[in-house]
Ligand binder design. Structure first.
Ligand SMILES: [Zn+2]
Length: 964
């Protein structure tokens, strides 16, 4: 069969994903197209290229950024941003992997979907990528005067400096490179900042010419849109191409027979003497489905549960604080395994390696317990069947998975058709000795092993800065005066280009939805409310394919401020310290064998009426209909019989939690800053900070000492929390399931809530300490996260739905241009919580501090003077409605509905908001400027970062706090 220039290769009914799958080949160019037809309204398209780099200049990554900077039919600076501004997209991004570059889009609206596909195809095949785009996205010299200080700049250059500042990122990159010496996976496709500066424009162009050809591409479609239109669309674009033979194959890494040991320095903070280590093995080819799933199960056995033998051995050794390494990596041509410890004495690296090897050897010798195997099998099977991709579109996860085999010319469905390999594994397990043999083959008898030890270097950051300065000074001094002037004028040209707005004609080329394409009504989420005894039960009748999702909420209003930072660990203790019936190892295995997971978390929000805090601990769990009774039974057990008597185990959990918080500071600095700001804007914000921000980290450090010095006191605190938190009064049960599953689950949960203790406890009054008006959180990093915000209601602002439209525009136009494009930061956000009034502006991986604050302070002036044409206004409205209508999977819908119930965010309120959004005009932009004036004058400032931050804080009189 031939259609629009494609010939059909094969066709499959893939039961596992309820899809009909056809594979097509474009006759002229040889392009491959994989087409999934199913009932999912969240349509996905992606085009991916094999892009194995030849060096670590980051050429693939810079190209990924650059092709999104304007193309033949869409000659605007950033079509990608224009789409982000005004589309209903449910996903729009691009990724660079070590060997491929992917451009996926998704939308539930057919016209929108086609617009996105159209713009993306033009971007990848016909990009402008002129020299200025290369300089902006890659690297250039920023020079204001011929003799003044010069700097290296560039979006990717700066992004990668941030990545190289994060010890975690350095560890995973180095671990991978260590197992693939002299191989494409031994290079950094993202770009090593020092190497990025070597990349030339010609090399960059050539990379596009070779690899961005249809014959080297893999086209992917998913969803409920008609198949023929897909082929027609792609066929039309490909008709401009001939065949080109591109050598982009990724070779197999040959197995080596000598283990290696590598020491790598990383930038550490003052006085930080702790290091990290991973042990890494090269494994089988990813396309081997049985081996692939079996290794996922083995990973679960070794590391997935609190009592998993390898996790336990590492944590209990006392050699470090938390497990390190990505575990099983299965997205490349060959899998690898990476495991180790963080927070070690670098001298202990080899002891960790020996410990890992000994633990694996004794497991192979003594055998893997059968309940651990059952738990691992169920966990892998549950996640394959549930296919819960969180905020990612399902189709995107399928695309990524298919590419892990398809990219290497293997069967794209090898890992998607999971029934057969699962059955084969089940049979093999029954025959006995299965995982023991796997441990021997993959780890003990596999000498292709590399141990990577990351050693702290307190002067590395400073030396790097110095080297960078020297490098550019050398360049500068070697140039003749006229050449120096040329550099200055190049920099000026680039700045002028960045500052020049797109012409209205150019902007008009971007296909956009109109207001008439938008639904006028909100789409409500089903909710039924009733009481079971005195407990509120919410039920959401949603098709969950036979899975029940449950949340049990406990009121935290009786918990004194002193105990709040202990709540997250109290939640973990319920699930990870064992019960009167099962020790923690057996409990963990039971949870994994019978459920899709049970977790404890906190939930803080603000009510619409009265701005009161909503504060809960949430115990959530999911299971298949058949296992609903087991799920409720386990929940009952942990809520009634959890034991808090193991000081050592609890102490290790505290260290692990502390290490996680510390390691996430730099990679998620924007979250830390925004949380720190919000802490002074509402009680809920303060609660979030105390249980997850800087205050929480400080409390963890104290707690770690208290566990050592005053365990009885800590234990008493945990018991107090048990009494104050786990009670029926103020509890709520939230269930999401199809009606047949609910019919089974509902009575079980009624029994669970009826049995909760009927303890009375009085609400306490929390009195948060005031945070400084401006503060600098100092960490060893080359980049900053710059934040400023205020509570708009306290400044007199009265809520109107138009604020979402105004902020969508502000973020995607003004902040994007000034902070990202001109300032060189990776991104900038602004957010408003309409419940509490908290408004925050935060930048991400930002080389500047004061300059970014100036941009924030100019937002008001921008809104007051901007002249929006109809297209720009409509685009902002469409984008804001797209955010409002965000696509959610069943469990997320059930949780969103619960949150709306808790905060009084009724359908009426939401409908009014939607109507106000739809009716937004330029007048609303002007009005909002007034409140932003007040933010500029009185807002709180918080900056997390390193480099020059200390100096800025000193001159501006900010309070500085060294957090790492
Ligand atoms: Zn990037």
């Amino acid at each position: 069969m031939q259609l629009h220039g494609f010939e059909l290769i094969d066709e499959t009914n893939l039961e596992e994903l309820s899809s009909r799958v056809r594979r097509w080949r474009h006759v002229v160019t040889g392009a491959q197209l994989l087409s999934f037809c199913n009932a999912d309204e969240n349509k996905v398209f992606g085009v991916s290229f094999r892009t194995p780099p030849g060096d670590s200049t980051g050429v693939a990554h810079i190209l990924e950024h650059s092709v999104l900077c304007g193309s033949e039919r869409y000659p605007v600076k950033e079509p990608f941003v224009e789409l982000l501004k005004g589309s209903l997209q449910t996903f729009l991004n691009a990724f660079t992997y070590p060997d491929k570059t992917c451009y996926p889009v998704a939308s539930t609206n057919l016209q929108d979907f086609r617009n996105l596909v159209d713009v993306y195809l033009d971007a990848v095949f016909f990009p402008r990528i002129d020299e200025n785009i290369f300089r902006q996205e890659g690297w250039h010299i920023d020079a204001e005067t011929a003799d003044g200080p010069w700097n290296y700049k560039g979006v990717v250059y700066n992004e990668m400096k941030g990545v190289y500042s994060s010890p975690e990122s350095v560890l995973s990159e180095q671990s991978q490179q260590a197992i693939f010496p002299e191989h494409v996976y031994g290079l950094d496709s993202g770009g090593n900042p020092e190497r990025i500066l070597e990349l030339t424009y010609e090399q960059f162009r050539d990379f596009h010419r070779r690899f961005y050809h249809p014959g080297n591409g893999r086209f992917f479609f998913w969803g409920d849109d008609p198949e023929e239109a897909r082929l027609e669309h792609i066929g039309r674009v490909l008709s401009r191409f001939d065949r080109l033979d591109v050598d982009s194959a990724v070779p197999l890494m040959g197995h080596r027979d000598t283990p290696r040991l590598l020491e790598v320095p990383f930038a550490a903070g003052e006085g930080d003497t702790r290091g990290m280590v991973t042990v890494n093995w090269l494994l089988d080819e990813t396309v081997d489905a049985e081996r692939n799933f079996a290794l996922h199960m083995l990973e679960h056995i070794l590391l997935g549960m609190p009592g998993s033998p390898l996790r336990r051995a590492l944590i209990e050794s006392g050699l470090g604080e938390d497990v390190a390494g990505v575990g099983l990596e299965a997205e490349l041509r060959q899998m690898y395994f990476s495991v180790g410890l963080k927070g070690i004495d670098p001298a202990d690296a080899e002891r960790v390696e020996v410990l890992v090897m000994d633990t694996l050897a004794s497991l192979a010798e003594e055998g893997v317990p059968s309940d651990a195997i059952e738990a691992a099998f169920n966990s892998v099977e549950f996640s394959l069947r549930e296919n819960n991709t969180g905020r990612y579109p399902r189709g995107l996860a399928v695309m990524v998975r298919s590419l892990t085999t398809w990219l290497y010319d293997g069967d794209p469905l090898a890992l998607l058709a999971f029934e057969k390999p699962l059955a084969a594994i089940r049979d093999a397990i029954a025959a006995g000795g299965y995982f023991e043999a796997l441990i021997r083959r993959c780890f003990l008898d596999n000498a292709h092993r590399a141990t990577v030890s990351l050693v702290p270097d307190m002067t590395l950051e400073a030396r790097r800065e110095e080297a960078e300065n020297k490098r550019i000074e050398k360049v500068q001094s070697a140039l003749s005066p006229s050449d120096r002037e040329a550099v200055v004028s190049l920099a000026a040209t680039l700045r002028a280009l960045q500052e020049a707005p797109d012409s209205p004609e150019a902007l008009a080329t971007i296909p956009r939805l109109g207001l008439e394409d938008l639904a006028r009504e909100n789409r409500p989420i089903p909710i039924e409310e009733r009481t079971s005894g005195d407990v509120t039960v919410l039920f959401h009748d949603i098709d969950t394919s036979g899975i029940v999702y449950s949340e049990l909420l406990f009121d935290l209003s009786a918990v004194p401020a002193r105990l709040l930072p202990l709540v997250p660990l109290f939640g973990r203790a319920l699930l990870e310290m064992g019960t009167a019936r099962h020790d923690f190892v057996a409990l963990g295995m039971r949870i994994a064998a019978k459920t899709g997971g049970i977790e404890a978390d906190t939930l803080f929000a603000t009510t619409r009426a009265g701005r009161k805090p909503v504060a809960h601990m949430v115990v959530s769990g999911k299971a298949t209909r058949d296992n609903a009774a087991a799920l409720v039974d386990i929940m009952h057990e942990v809520l009634h019989e959890a034991l808090f008597d193991d000081a050592e185990r609890f102490g290790r959990m505290v260290l692990e939690e502390k290490a996680r918080q510390e390691h996430s500071l730099v990679p998620s600095g924007h979250g830390v800053v925004s949380s720190r700001l919000r802490a002074s804007f509402s009680m809920a914000g303060w609660l979030d900070e105390v249980t997850g921000g800087i205050t929480y980290l400080m409390a963890l450090r104290e707690l770690a000492e208290r566990v050592r010095d005053d365990w009885q006191g800590v234990r008493d605190d945990l018991e107090t929390l048990r009494t104050l938190v786990l009670r029926r009064s103020g509890a709520l049960c939230n269930l999401t399931a199809d009606s047949a599953t609910a019919a089974v689950a509902m009575p079980l949960f009624d029994g669970l809530v009826a049995g909760l203790p009927d303890t009375a406890a009085d609400a306490v009054v929390w009195a948060p300490d005031a945070l400084p008006a401006a503060e600098a959180l100092v960490v060893p990093a080359q980049v900053n996260y710059v934040g400023k915000g205020a509570n708009l209601y306290d400044l007199g602002y009265a809520y109107h739905g138009s604020v979402s439209v105004v902020l969508k525009h502000l973020r995607m136009a003004f902040l994007w241009d000034r902070v990202r494009v001109q300032g060189g930061a990776y991104g900038a956000f602004c957010a408003f919580d309409r419940m509490s009034g908290a408004f925050t502006q935060v930048s991400y991986r930002d080389p500047n501090v004061e300059r970014t604050l100036d941009v924030y302070d100019k937002c008001a002036e921008y809104l007051r003077t901007v002249e929006l044409d109809d297209a720009a206004l409509t685009s902002a409205i469409v984008g804001a409605i797209g955010d409002l209508d965000m696509h959610m999977l069943p469990d997320a819908r059930g949780e969103a509905s619960m949150l709306r119930h808790l905060t009084g965010d009724t359908e009426d309120v939401r409908q009014t908001m939607r109507e106000q959004m739809l009716a937004t005009t330029q007048r609303h932009f002007r009005e909002f400027a007034d409140v932003l004036d007040a933010v500029a004058r009185t807002g709180r400032v918080c900056v997390l970062g390193g480099g020059s931050l200390d100096a800025v804080a000193a001159t501006r009189g900010w309070q500085a706090l060294r957090v790492l």
